[in-house]
Design a protein around this ligand. Structure first.
Ligand code: GLC
Length: 551
């Protein structure tokens, strides 16, 4: 509920993303499912999370693991039934956890009945729900636009003698948001899910829905905000739902257009500036640059500033499209310590943190070395394309080992038993390296484990208004080993500092960081920040709350 002071429930909540296919398998078919999630709710409740962002569970041919929906009002049979889903909502609710649905409406599956009708005849009412162009004058695709997952963006449909636009893959046909009947259908579907008791929507690549294909403007097209405002009026207004919009194109200049409090659009925008900063300018994620802490801090600081007084940040380092954060930003050698240090600096910023499954036990990248270990259509599509262009398989596999989406899609590691306790069958994708040591049971048995650290951080957000509302101020911005900032509220200040490197380091603290008070986080024992100088072990993290000292 919005209160007089503007407080919303998700300001103090932490989200947890479940990628259903890889979370927990209840029936032994090698794939996670909805009852599997319900069976693990106690783990999530114990962490203290407030909501689950549930990656798609809808009926789907699974070309993109569910981001290709063929029935928006049903559950994929391999994941369960609507009854299973209702049970998940109820059981989660009983533990104070909301279910946030993944809303994938930039495109639907080519197997969706809408598209089947649309492709059968130019006169079908659904025909206009998709984006069609005639062949080029000499035949062939209308132009050379490429799909994100490889190949042409144009799907030839002989029945109607036209090409259909597919931004991602030929299995994912773009919906034409300029058609009012389509929009009405989507809003109706959203209300139907709201009626089942969900807590909100994470909106997949929502910044694409206003695209202008002819002008090749995809992100933040001319009609995007008109459509989001209409969606808000039709579905969201007056309801206490959380809405998170995924946008790869949003910038500091446009962020508040989505999530400014008076805009009537979304609650927060899930932006990727800190991720994109680490990609090669030409080859993108397949040639990631080494992690550059100074550049990373600059991006994070900028976003804290942009959304300091209006809008709201979604805080995350990993998800189902990104590498494991320990492997990308931390150190597999200092696995637990780097998992904890990264979590500390992220969770104590202003915004709503998102934990991606397995992050809370410090899972690492998959460690795949052969192309046949990969399942992701993006990885496989780019592999074929790049090999055809002369890239060596070894070079591609090196990039994939660091940035393929499958790095974070390996089965959740529950225990040291068969298949890490994920399934009694054959897992749909191989397990990540290290699972016999890296699993929930082993981590929980360790008082200095990663789970315990996450539980503490998540509790701090609920208990301490300074974590939710405190003003953010970065320090030591040019230091390539340390991340340091303060949050201040009233007469209190919370100083947060972490060594994000494999070497010890000694730092001279600026006056506002010399806080003397209670150590809320002290991964290597309590240290005195008020002395003005501190030596931190590799991946040591501290957060100290005290009265505001010198300015
Ligand atoms: C989003 C999803 C990603 C998916 C794509 C197309 O980026 O997070 O997994 O492949 O949209 O739906």
């Amino acid at each position: 509920m919005q209160t007089a002071t503007g407080a919303r429930w998700w300001h103090t909540a932490t989200g947890y993303q479940v990628y259903p296919r890889s979370f927990a398998d209840s029936d032994g078919d090698g794939m996670g499912d909805v009852p599997g999630i319900t069976g693990k709710l106690d783990h999530l409740a114990d962490l203290g999370i407030g909501f689950i962002w549930l990656s798609p569970v809808y009926a789907s041919p699974m070309a993109d693991n569910g981001y290709d929906i063929s029935d928006y009002r049903d559950i994929a049979p391999e994941f369960g039934t609507l009854d299973d889903f209702d049970r998940l909502v109820a059981q989660a609710h009983a533990r104070g956890i909301g279910i946030v649905m993944d809303l994938v409406v930039n495109h639907c599956s080519a197997a969706h009945p809408w598209f089947r009708a649309a492709r059968a005849s130019r006169d079908a009412p659904e025909h206009d729900w998709f984006i069609w162009r005639d062949p080029a004058p000499g035949g062939g695709p209308p132009d050379d636009q490429r799909a994100c997952f490889g190949g042409s963006a144009w799907l030839w449909v002989p029945e109607v003698g036209r090409y259909c636009y597919c931004h991602f893959s030929p299995e994912q046909v773009d919906l034409n948001w300029d058609t009012p009947a389509l929009r009405a259908e989507i809003y109706d579907m959203m209300r139907w899910w709201v009626g089942r008791g969900i807590a909100g929507f994470r909106m997949d690549v929502i910044s694409l829905i206003g695209k202008d294909v002819d002008a090749r403007i995809y992100e933040e097209g001319p009609r995007l905000h008109a459509y989001l405002q209409e969606m808000h009026r039709e579905v969201l207004a007056g309801r206490d739902l959380l809405t998170i919009g995924e946008s790869w194109g949003v910038s500091r200049d446009t962020a508040l257009l989505y999530c400014g409090r008076d805009r009537g659009e979304l609650d927060m925008v899930f932006q990727f500036t800190h991720i994109l900063e680490g990609w090669d300018e030409v080859l993108g994620k397949w040639r990631p640059r080494p992690f550059d802490l100074v550049a990373f801090k600059r991006v994070m600081d900028d976003w804290q500033e942009t959304l300091a007084d209006d809008g709201w940040n979604a805080l995350f380092l990993s998800n189902h499209d990104l590498p494991r954060q320990v492997s990308r930003y931390g150190s597999e050698r200092y696995r637990k310590d780097s998992a904890k240090a990264l979590a500390t600096v992220l969770h104590l910023m202003k915004g709503t943190p998102f934990v991606y499954q397995g992050e809370e036990i410090g899972m690492t990248n998959a460690g795949f070395t052969r192309i046949d270990q990969y399942r992701d259509l993006e990885t496989l599509g780019h592999y074929s394309e790049q090999i055809a262009e002369g890239v060596s398989p070894g070079a591609f596999l090196e990039g994939a080992a660091r940035f393929s989406r499958d790095n974070s899609r390996t089965p959740m590691q529950w225990n040291a038993g068969e298949n890490a306790g994920f399934t009694s069958g054959t897992p749909w994708i191989g397990l990540a390296q290290g699972w016999p040591e890296v699993n929930v049971a082993a981590d929980r048995a360790d008082p200095g484990g990663v789970v315990a650290h996450y539980r503490r951080l998540i509790a701090m957000r609920k208990e301490l208004p300074i974590v939710v509302h405190g003003r953010y101020r970065p320090f030591l911005r040019g230091n390539a080993q340390v991340m340091a900032y303060t949050r201040s509220l009233g007469a209190e200040v919370l100083a947060v500092i972490a060594n994000l490197s494999e070497e010890p380091c000694m730092v001279e603290l600026p006056a506002p960081m010399r806080v003397s008070g209670e150590a809320l986080v002290a991964t290597h024992g309590v240290r005195d920040l008020s002395a003005g100088e501190v030596t931190l072990a590799p991946y040591e993290a501290l957060a100290v709350l005290g009265p505001e000292a010198a300015r």
